[in-house]
Design a protein. Structure first.
Lengths: 556, 508
C-alpha cells in the first residue's frame, strides 16, 4: 500500500475547495480517493492509498483532480491540452531486448517551489515503486531540458562501453560500475544485469542523459526549483503502461501551470513496435459499455439512466445513453478499469457508500462444520474434566526446538524459505517440544502443573497433496517434583476410555524419552508416544523438574 | 501421626502456615511466627518434602540502569531525542554530518539514532549532492514534550520504579540497546497443602475436647454423643485448586464458530499450506502484484512446489489473467506463468480457502466460512503476530448485490462485535469489486477496523463457471478477542503464562 505525504493547504488550493484539517471530517473526505489518514500534524498529512492500480492518485495534484469532481467543482473527464512540439527522439533496435519503449514530453515555463518539487519527486518515485512494480514495468526520469541538445536517442550499449557521472557523483563510471557501486545501481541492478545491451538516453551533443531506469546523469538529470523547462521520460516494456505513467506525471506538472509540449518518438522497424512513429503525450480516452441491467444486478440499486450519467461525471468519466446501454468514456490513465464492475464501483463511491440502503440476504441453508471439531471437543472436555489447563502454542517454530533439542535427526520438517527470524522458520511436526518450551516458561507457577494442547502439526509426506501431511494431535503433560509413568498413563487411559479408543501399547525407544521408559501407542489409525522426558532434554529446555507426557494423533 | 514425626520447628511452622489465609513470603512467615529465618528455610524444605506445605518460587526481575544507560541520561536522554533536538536549531532539516557533530557521536551511534528516528517516522531521509539530508516530519514534537515511551521507561528504571507489563516490550528494546539490564532474585512463598491442612488440624486438636474432623472412627465409637463439635472458623484458609479450563482464545474462536453454524454457514477446508494458485491466482491477483512480493508473504523452501488442479481450471485461470477469459474484461494483459502458481506457501489469508472452495464447486445458494490460521512475515512483538486467525467467508446466490453485502456486514458488526454504529469505506482488493472496509464503533474500543469485503470479480466467478454473484469478507477477529480477554499484548492470545491462564475467568 503506497503512502504519500502532502500539505493540506496546498491540497486546498489545488482542489479549490475548503478541506477539513481535523479528523474525522478529513477521514470522510480522503475515503473518496480510497485514502486512509496515517498521520496528521497541523496541515502535514501522511496518507495511505489503498488502490495500487491508480498511479494518478499518488500526488497532491492527482488527489485534488479527483476531489474536484467528487466535490462538484468540476465534472467529467479532466481536460489537458498539449502544444505541438518539433523535437524528436529515436529508439534504436539495440534497446529492444533490454527495455523497448520510451515515451516523453516537455513541461514548459514551470515555476516551482521546493514543496512542489518534493511532490513531483514523490510522484515519480511512487509511480516507479507501485504502478511500475519497483521500476520493472515503468520508471520515470525528470531532466533540466535547457541542458539537453535535441534530437535525443534511446539505445542499447554494452555494459562497459560508455562512461558518465551518475547523479550525486562527479567521477564518470561505466554502466557496469554504476550497477556495482552506485546505491541506485545496486538497488535496481537486477532489472538489466542479464541483458547484453543496457538502455541509455543520449542527446545530440553526445552527452549521456541517463541510464534508464537506474539513474540520471549528474549533468542533465538534476531538477531544482530553478529549473524552467522539465523533460519527462518514461521507459518500460509495454507501450500502454509507459504512456499511462507519462500522462500522470505530465498532468501533475500541468496542474502546477506548465504547458505540455509533445515530442515525436521514432520506432525501429521491427515487429515489436506498433508503428513507425508516435507523438507523446496523448491525453487519450478509452471506452467501455455499461449495461444498465447489470448495474442494477451488481449494485442492487435502481438508479435512473440520468442519475447514472451524473454519477459518471462525478467519477471523472462521461457517458452517453444508447437504449439500455451507456457508452462510457474515461481517461486512459484509469488502467484499473478492466470490466464494467470497475465503473460501477466508481458510481457507488460517487453516490456514497454510507447512503446506500442495506439489504439482508435471506437464504435458507443449513450450517455444517468439518468433522474434526466433534472429536476435538470431546478430547477437550475429557482433559478439562481431569482438571487440566488447556494451552495454545504457535505452529511456526524453530528446527532447534523441534529437532536439535529433542535429540532427533533432521527430517520431515516443512521449512520457510524467507523467515524473518530463526525462532520461526519451520512448521511444527510435533507438539511435545512446544509443550516443553511452555513448561520452561512457567517454572515460577505453582506445581503440580497439568496442561494439554490440541493442535495441528504438519510434516513432509510425498504421498499427500502438495507433499505435506497434516495431523490434529493432543499432547498431555504433567510436571512436579516427582512424577512417573503411572500418573501419565492414568490420564491417558481416562481419555482413551472416554473417547472409546482401543489402545495398543508396545515398548519402543524414542530419542527424547529415557531408554526403556517410553511406549508407542496405536488406536485405530491414530499413533502416539508416551513416556518420561530424558534429563538431557530437560536440561536443553532449561527444565528443573521431571516431565511425563503423551502425544497422540486424534485425526487428520 | 504427624506430631511424632515432626520436629519442633516443623510443628511451629506448620501451625503458622495453617493460620494464614493466603500464601506468605518465607521471610514474612519467619518474622510473624518469631522464628529464625534459617530454621524456617530448613523446616519449609522438610515440610515440602512431606507434602505438608507447598513452596512456590517466584523469580522476580528488576530492571537496572547500565553504565551506558546512565551516561545516556546524563547526556540529556536517548540519542534519538537528542537527534531531534539537534535538528531544532537547523529548522528541522540538516545533513547527517551536521547532526553527527551536534550529537558528538560516532558513526555507528548516529546511524542507530537515525534508524530509530526513521522508524518512528520523526524524520525522512533523502540524498542530496552525496550528503544524507534529514528532514523532520513534525511527528517527533510529542516526544520532545516528554511523551516518548522508551525515554519514560529509562527514567523510571533510573528512579528504581517497577515497570508495568505493558512496558515490557519497551524495556526489552532498551535492554537490547544495552541501556538497562535485568537482575533476577528468587522469592519463596509458603502455603498449606491438603495433607498439611489435615495434619495441622490434628496437631492443633490432639489435646482438645472438641471434634474437629468427623471421621468413621468417631461414628463407630459414637464419641460424638459426649463431645461437642468444634465450630467453623470462617477466616480459616483453604488450599487453592486449579480448575481444568479451556484456553481463552480457543473458547472465543469456538464461540464465533458456533455462531456461524447457527447462521447456516458451511465450514470450508483449511489446510495450513497452499499453492499460490489458491492464495493469489484464482483470486485474480496478477503475478507481478506488489502484495505477491517476497517480503509480504512467506514461501516454502521445502517442499517448494505443489500440485495444480485439472488442466481445464488452470487454463481458465490463465485466460482470466491474460485476456479476461470468459468474462467481458480486459484481463491484466501479461503472460501468466504456471510455475509461479505452483509455488507453495503457508496460507496468507483466509480467502485462499474461499478460492479453493469456489474452484472445487459450490452450492447455489450457499454460505461458506473458515476460521483460518494465516501467516505473515513480521517480527513477533506486543502488537504483531506472525500467525493469527482470520474469519473469512462468502455467500453465493443469483440475486445478491452490493446492498446484500453491506447488510451482511452490518449484521456481523452488530452480532459479533456489538457495534453501536458502522461505517463503510471504499477499499481495494484485486479479487473484489466494489471493495469495502468495515469500520465499527465498539462500545469500549471506539472506532475499529473490523475487516475488508467485496463482491468477487466476474473474472473469478465466470471463469470458474459459476453463474451467480458472491459477496465475500475477511474479518480480523484478534482485536475483538484481545478486548474480550482484557489484554493489551497480542501475544497473550497464545499465552505462554500459566499463572495468567489459570487466573482467567470463564464466560468469554
Amino acid at each position: 500500500m503506497p503512502t504519500i505525504e502532502l500539505d493540506l493547504k496546498d491540497l486546498e488550493k489545488l482542489a479549490r475547495k475548503k478541506i477539513p484539517h481535523t479528523r474525522p471530517a478529513l477521514d470522510d473526505l480522503v475515503m473518496l480517493v480510497k485514502g486512509e489518514v496515517d498521520a496528521l500534524q497541523g496541515s502535514a498529512l501522511r496518507l495511505d492509498l489503498k488502490d495500487t492500480n491508480r498511479p494518478d492518485l499518488l500526488s497532491a495534484e492527482g488527489i485534488a483532480r479527483e476531489l474536484r469532481a467528487r466535490l462538484g467543482t468540476e465534472k467529467g473527464i479532466p481536460a489537458y491540452k498539449t502544444i505541438k512540439g518539433k523535437n524528436e527522439i529515436t529508439i534504436e533496435k539495440t534497446v529492444e531486448k533490454a527495455r523497448p519503449f520510451i515515451a516523453c514530453g516537455i513541461a514548459r515555463n514551470i515555476k516551482i517551489t521546493e514543496p512542489v518539487l518534493t511532490q513531483f519527486i514523490q510522484l515519480q518515485e511512487k509511480i516507479g515503486t507501485t504502478f511500475g512494480r519497483r521500476r520493472k514495468e515503468t520508471g520515470i526520469g525528470l531532466y533540466d531540458w535547457d541542458k539537453m541538445t535535441p534530437p535525443l536517442k534511446y539505445l542499447g550499449v554494452k555494459p562497459a562501453a560508455v562512461k558518465f557521472a551518475p547523479l550525486s557523483f562527479e567521477t564518470p563510471m561505466t554502466l557496469k560500475e554504476i550497477l556495482e557501486k552506485h546505491p541506485k545501481g545496486m538497488e535496481f541492478a537486477h532489472l538489466v544485469q542479464d541483458k547484453e545491451y543496457y538502455p541509455l538516453l543520449v542527446d545530440a551533443a553526445g552527452e549521456v542523459c541517463s541510464f534508464p531506469p537506474i539513474i540520471n546523469s549528474n549533468h542533465t538529470g538534476k531538477v531544482t526549483s530553478d529549473t524552467k523547462n522539465i523533460f519527462v521520460e518514461v521507459t518500460g516494456h509495454q507501450w500502454k503502461t509507459v504512456n499511462t505513467a507519462l500522462n500522470v506525471m505530465l498532468m501533475a506538472l500541468a496542474d502546477r501551470g506548465a504547458g505540455i509540449e509533445t515530442l515525436t518518438v521514432h520506432f525501429p522497424r521491427t515487429p515489436a513496435y506498433p508503428k513507425k512513429s508516435m507523438v507523446t503525450p496523448t491525453f487519450e480516452t478509452e471506452t467501455i459499455e455499461l449495461d444498465l441491467d447489470f448495474v442494477r444486478t451488481w449494485s442492487g440499486l435502481h438508479w435512473t439512466p440520468k442519475h447514472v450519467l451524473a454519477l459518471l461525471e462525478k467519477s471523472r468519466m462521461k457517458g452517453t445513453l444508447h437504449g439500455n446501454k451507456v457508452h462510457v468514456t474515461y481517461p486512459a490513465y484509469r488502467q484499473d478499469v478492466l470490466h464494467a464492475v470497475d465503473v460501477i464501483e466508481d458510481l457507488l463511491i460517487s453516490s456514497g457508500f454510507n447512503e446506500i440502503p442495506l439489504h439482508y440476504p435471506a437464504l435458507s441453508v443449513a450450517g455444517k462444520e468439518n468433522a474434526h471439531h466433534q472429536i476435538e471437543r470431546m478430547v477437550r472436555d475429557a482433559c478439562t474434566g481431569m482438571g487440566m489447563q488447556e494451552i495454545m502454542t504457535f505452529t511456526l517454530t524453530s528446527r532447534e526446538k523441534q529437532e536439535t533439542h529433542m535429540n532427533m535427526e533432521p527430517q520431515h520438517l516443512v521449512e520457510i524459505a524467507n523467515p524473518k527470524s530463526m525462532n520461526h522458520h519451520v512448521l511444527r511436526a510435533r507438539l511435545i517440544p512446544e509443550m516443553l518450551a511452555f513448561l520452561a516458561q512457567n517454572k515460577n507457577a505453582a506445581y503440580p502443573q497439568r496442561v494439554f494442547e490440541i493442535g495441528r502439526t504438519i510434516e513432509l509426506n510425498a504421498a499427500y497433496e502438495n507433499g505435506v501431511r497434516e495431523h490434529k494431535k493432543v499432547c498431555l503433560a504433567l510436571t512436579k517434583d516427582a512424577c512417573n509413568y503411572t500418573e501419565i498413563k492414568t490420564h491417558f487411559e481416562t481419555l482413551a476410555k472416554l473417547l472409546q479408543w482401543n489402545v495398543h501399547y508396545h515398548a519402543h525407544d524414542t530419542p527424547y524419552f529415557i531408554p526403556g521408559r517410553s511406549v508407542e501407542l496405536r488406536a485405530g489409525n491414530c499413533e502416539g508416544v508416551m513416556g518420561e522426558i530424558h534429563p538431557r532434554i530437560l536440561e536443553k529446555f532449561g527444565l528443573e523438574k521431571p516431565v511425563v507426557l503423551v502425544e497422540m494423533e486424534v485425526g487428520e | 501421626m504427624p506430631e511424632t514425626t515432626l520436629s519442633d520447628i516443623e510443628k511451629s511452622l506448620l501451625r503458622h502456615v495453617y493460620t494464614q489465609r493466603t500464601e506468605q513470603l518465607l521471610e514474612t512467615a519467619a518474622h510473624e511466627s518469631k522464628m529464625n529465618v534459617d530454621s524456617v528455610r530448613r523446616a519449609s524444605a522438610w515440610l515440602e518434602e512431606k507434602d505438608l506445605i507447598s513452596v512456590r518460587e517466584e523469580r522476580k526481575t528488576k530492571w537496572h540502569l547500565t553504565l551506558l544507560g546512565k551516561s545516556e541520561l546524563e547526556k540529556g536522554g536517548l540519542i534519538e531525542l537528542r537527534l531531534l533536538r539537534a535538528l531544532q536549531p537547523l529548522k528541522g532539516a540538516g545533513t547527517l554530518a551536521d547532526v553527527s557533530k551536534a550529537l558528538a557521536a560516532d558513526a555507528s551511534e548516529s546511524n542507530a539514532a537515525l534508524g530509530i528516528a526513521k522508524r518512528n517516522a520523526w524524520i525522512t531521509l533523502s540524498k542530496k549532492e552525496n550528503q544524507v539530508l534529514l528532514q523532520e516530519t513534525g511527528l517527533g514534537e510529542n516526544a520532545l514534550k516528554g511523551v516518548y515511551a522508551p525515554q519514560q521507561a529509562l527514567e523510571r528504571v533510573a528512579r528504581q520504579e517497577d515497570l508495568s507489563s505493558s512496558e515490557e516490550g519497551t524495556a526489552n528494546d532498551l535492554s537490547k540497546r544495552g541501556l538497562i539490564e535485568k537482575i533476577e532474585t528468587t522469592q519463596r512463598f509458603l502455603s498449606i497443602t491438603t495433607t498439611g491442612f489435615k495434619a495441622a488440624e490434628q496437631l492443633t486438636n490432639s489435646n482438645q475436647k472438641e471434634i474437629n474432623v468427623l471421621d468413621a472412627q468417631t461414628l463407630k465409637t459414637r464419641a460424638w454423643k459426649n463431645t461437642p463439635f468444634k465450630k467453623y472458623n470462617l477466616a480459616d484458609p483453604v488450599p487453592t485448586l486449579f480448575a481444568g479450563k479451556r484456553q481463552p482464545y480457543i473458547q472465543f474462536l469456538e464461540h464465533i464458530h458456533q455462531y456461524l453454524l447457527v447462521k447456516g454457514f458451511k465450514e470450508m477446508k483449511d489446510p495450513l499450506v497452499t499453492t499460490e494458485f489458491y492464495n493469489f491466482d484464482v483470486l485474480f491477483q496478477p503475478q507481478n502484484h506488489p502484495a505477491r512480493q517476497w517480503t509480504d508473504t512467506y514461501q516454502l523452501k521445502e517442499p517448494a512446489t505443489g500440485k495444480l488442479p485439472g488442466r481445464k481450471i488452470v487454463q481458465a485461470i490463465k485466460n482470466a489473467h491474460e485476456t479476461g477469459g470468459k468474462a467481458p474484461s480486459k484481463g491484466w494483459g501479461y503472460k501468466w506463468n504456471e510455475g509461479i502458481a505452483q509455488r507453495l506457501m503457508p496460507v496468507a489469508h483466509g480467502t485462499a480457502h474461499s478460492a479453493r472452495t469456489l474452484t472445487e464447486g459450490i452450492e447455489i445458494p450457499g454460505k461458506y466460512f473458515t476460521i483460518a490460521r494465516v501467516y505473515r512475515p513480521d517480527v513477533l512483538d506486543a502488537t504483531h503476530l506472525i500467525e493469527f486467525n482470520q474469519l473469512d467467508g462468502f455467500i453465493a446466490g443469483k440475486d445478491l448485490s452490493f446492498r446484500d453485502l453491506l447488510g451482511t456486514l452490518k449484521e456481523f458488526a452488530v452480532e459479533i462485535a456489538h457495534a453501536e454504529k458502522i461505517k463503510f469505506l471504499p477499499d481495494y482488493y484485486p479479487f473484489t469489486e466494489p471493495s469495502v472496509q468495515l469500520n465499527a464503533l465498539h462500545p469500549e474500543l471506539g472506532w475499529i477496523e473490523l475487516g475488508g469485503a467485496g463482491m468477487f470479480r466476474p473474472e473469478i466467478m465466470e471463469n470458474l463457471g459459476i453463474n451467480a454473484q458472491a459477496i465475500a469478507w475477511g474479518l480480523g477477529i484478534d482485536r475483538l478477542a484481545m478486548f474480550k480477554l482484557g489484554i493489551n499484548d497480542i501475544r497473550y492470545l497464545f499465552a505462554e503464562d500459566l499463572n495468567w491462564l489459570r487466573a482467567q475467568p470463564l464466560g468469554v
